[in-house]
Design a protein around this ligand. Structure first.
Ligand SMILES: [Zn+2]
Length: 345
């Protein structure tokens, strides 16, 4: 096995496969990298773009990290790297963006060895945009490599995914993530917690490690959930009103879109219900929210296992709906009607 120096956390098989394609001069025209958000799809694609264009690597397929190509790709300022994505996470990738890309790909590389088109979160492309890309995939230009990322191949048209070499990225081990966090200067206790919460996604762990506010937000989200479980319908609707008003106000001050805030909150709720479900069915299963062991135990004592599993399913569905542009306030209000009431504790 050839070991490439891409310094990626996990996904060794994918790095070796892509590195070998370069070393053997067998680079495909299009690749589709799939996996959950934060698992490393974009990072893998960026390293591949570097390896394709590096002018000073020790071996073909490796990355020097120092040459002009490596540095400019890292900063996303390389003239032969074209990044196309929806305006926001959960937004829509549109046909105009594909047409603009096609104009650029028609030109020969400006300074690199290959033009690289990086189409991020392609599951967010609408049907027009996806069909427009099909044309590019069917009539490959020389010296162009298309790199698509998506949550899964099922979220794309089969006509698109069948024209790509697919690299399904799987969860990275907790140990690998924890080790990487410690290497980057995180304290041991914090690294252990983040590595568990990350659930296999190093990008998630680093994002949380570098934005301490996010862990505070998680605490707030979990407290909110535990509080509303003890309240009735009226209080729950007041809660949703207050929450969406706060999110809206923060957006006006330059904060995140309420949709992203809602998805973030639901992710924390999913994680807690997931732990409760695991505990209810298998006491030996690994827990993620180890700092909330008491709350998880409370849920398991208060609710039958089947109900816990149903709630987990509901919140996961709601999170997917929100990623597809469902109305934020309506969606959370609906969830409030479904969540069980736990007698005060
Ligand atoms: Zn280089």
């Amino acid at each position: 096995m050839v070991l490439m120096n891409w310094e990626l956390i996990g996904h060794e098989w994918a790095v070796n496969l892509l590195g070998r394609h370069i070393a053997n001069d067998n680079v495909r025209q299009a690749y589709l990298i799939t996996g959950p958000d934060g698992v490393g799809k974009r990072t893998l694609a960026m390293r591949f773009a570097q390896a394709l264009n590096c002018s000073d690597s020790a071996k073909p397929g490796e990355i020097c990290g120092q040459c002009r190509s490596c540095q400019f790709i890292q900063r996303k300022q390389f003239p032969d790297l074209h990044i196309v994505e929806a305006e926001d996470v959960g937004g829509i990738l549109k046909i105009d963006q594909i047409r603009e890309l096609q104009h650029q790909l028609a030109l020969s590389p400006y300074e690199g060895k290959r033009r690289v088109a990086l189409l991020l979160r392609f599951h967010e492309a609408n049907a027009n945009a996806a069909n427009a890309l099909l044309k590019t995939l069917e009539e490959p230009a020389s010296k162009v490599v298309m790199l698509l990322t998506a949550q899964s191949k099922e979220t794309l048209l089969p006509t698109i995914s069948s024209r790509c070499e697919i690299l399904p990225l799987r969860d990275v081990s907790r140990d690998q993530i924890e080790e990487a966090l410690i290497e980057r200067g995180e304290g041991h206790e914090q690294a252990a917690l983040l590595a568990r919460l990350a659930a296999g996604r190093p990008g998630w762990a680093f994002h949380y490690a570098s934005n301490p506010d996010l862990l505070n937000e998680r605490t707030e989200n979990l407290e909110d959930l535990l509080n509303i479980l003890q309240t009735g319908r009226l209080e729950r609707f007041k809660f949703v009103e207050r929450l969406t008003r706060d999110w809206e106000r923060e957006r006006k001050r330059g904060g995140e879109h309420p949709r992203l805030r809602a998805i973030g909150a639901l992710e924390h709720w999913v994680s807690l219900w997931r732990d409760a479900m695991m505990l209810a069915y298998d006491a030996m299963a690994e827990q993620r929210n180890v700092d909330r062991a008491q709350d998880i135990q409370m849920l398991v004592s208060a609710l039958p296992a089947r109900q816990i599993s149903e709630n987990l399913g509901r919140i996961e569905r709601l999170k997917r709906d929100l990623q597809k542009n469902a109305n934020v306030r309506l969606a959370i209000e609906n969830l409030m009607l479904d969540l069980p009431r736990i007698p005060g504790g």
